[in-house]
Design a protein around this ligand. Structure first.
Ligand SMILES: Nc1ncnc2c1ncn2[C@@H]1O[C@H](COP(=O)(O)OP(=O)(O)OP(=O)(O)O)[C@@H](O)[C@H]1O
Ligand SMILES: [Mg+2]
Length: 309
């Protein structure tokens, strides 16, 4: 399947769970026991595993590629805003490939702590060693650190990126007593779904104002159909019908639907159709059933499907 990450060749070749490579010679001091390796789990070689080796398919929709390139050349931290399934992650993968920089992705969640980003001391048979977190590794050796769904993280976690995303470009590792100066290639990118925030869950203004922002949305009809056809392998004609159905559902957002049908869902529907599932069943499974449990809304969407198929 074309959408398979490993086939596209840009999943990390190693588990991003920050395994330990061969430990360098002992150095530094530790709060508890001798530090065996001060950047264990983090090295230029480890970061290399996060390179995007194959060109990801990305269909640009406006001037976002040029804008991002300009922002990267100024090392401006960037925020990608847009609804679910509209191409934010694909875009950052493509840009990392285009710029030739490793891409370290962190899926944020509310249990994430600053240590999960920055690193921690680990105990093993040889004593205590420091293990860089993904943010530290990217900052130290020059990668793009992509914090996906950043509002899911607690605000006290998010603030650790502040010193890296202003003119200082440093990361104090308080527990280790080290200040990491960001590598010249380092950049922070965050994704953000506007409208999904609650009062309790939003970025602080002091975080937001450290970033430039690009708005993403579902592409216009012809472009979206081209993407759906490319990604799922479905015929362009059928892809156009799927996009019509999505546009219908998107108009119902706020009138019984919390969210419209995303490009990702259309690709799912297309993938089922290419596997000889009847279009009506494919749309029910991939487009209608996941987004609503309301019987009337399901009927309304099912009848939109029958209009086109
Ligand atoms: N402009 C585009 N070019 C190529 N593929 C695209 C584009 N937009 C969307 N896609 C396709 O849509 C799928 C979903 O996009 P993606 O995963 O990037 O969404 P997202 O905005 O990151 O969503 P989420 O907020 O849920 O993480 C991608 O896997 C890709 O196949
Ligand atoms: Mg994403």
């Amino acid at each position: 399947m074309r959408n398979d990450l490993s086939q596209r060749g840009y999943l990390p070749r190693r588990d991003p769970a920050f395994h330990t490579p061969a430990a360098p010679a002992a150095s530094g001091t530790s709060a508890v026991r001798p530090v065996v390796a001060d950047t264990a789990g983090s090295s230029p070689v480890a970061l290399d595993a996060f390179r995007v080796t194959k060109e990801p398919y990305y269909r640009s929709v406006a001037d976002e590629v040029a804008l991002y390139e300009a922002a990267y050349s100024a090392r401006m931290p960037m925020m990608l805003k847009g609804p679910t399934g509209c191409g934010k992650t694909r875009f950052v993968e493509y840009m990392a490939w285009k710029l030739g920089k490793p891409l370290v992705t962190v899926a944020c969640n509310e249990d994430m702590t600053a240590s999960d980003l920055v690193g921690r001391f680990l105990l093993d048979a040889n004593g205590t060693r420091w293990q860089d977190g993904p943010l530290t590794m990217a900052a130290r050796f020059g990668g793009i650190c992509y914090l996906d769904e950043v509002v899911e993280a607690r605000q006290d976690t998010t603030v650790v990126i502040h010193s890296l995303t202003d003119a200082r470009r440093i990361l104090p590792l308080e527990k280790k007593g080290e200040i990491v100066e960001a590598h010249p290639d380092f950049q922070v990118v965050i994704s953000y779904n506007p409208g999904y925030q609650s009062l309790m869950k939003d970025l602080k203004q002091s975080t937001k104002q450290r970033f430039g922002a690009l708005d993403f949305n579902y592409p216009e009809h012809e472009v979206e159909a081209e993407i759906v056809a490319h990604e799922s392998g479905v015929a362009l004609d059928a892809a156009k019908k799927l996009v019509h159905i999505a546009e219908h559902a998107r108009n119902l957002k706020g009138h019984g639907l919390d969210e419209g049908i995303s490009t990702r869902m259309l690709i799912y529907a297309g993938s089922l159709i290419t596997r000889n599932v009847a279009p009506l069943a494919a749309c029910r499974v991939a487009l209608v059933r996941p987004i609503t449990d309301d019987p009337d809304m399901r009927d309304a969407l099912d009848s939109a499907v029958t209009t086109y198929f």
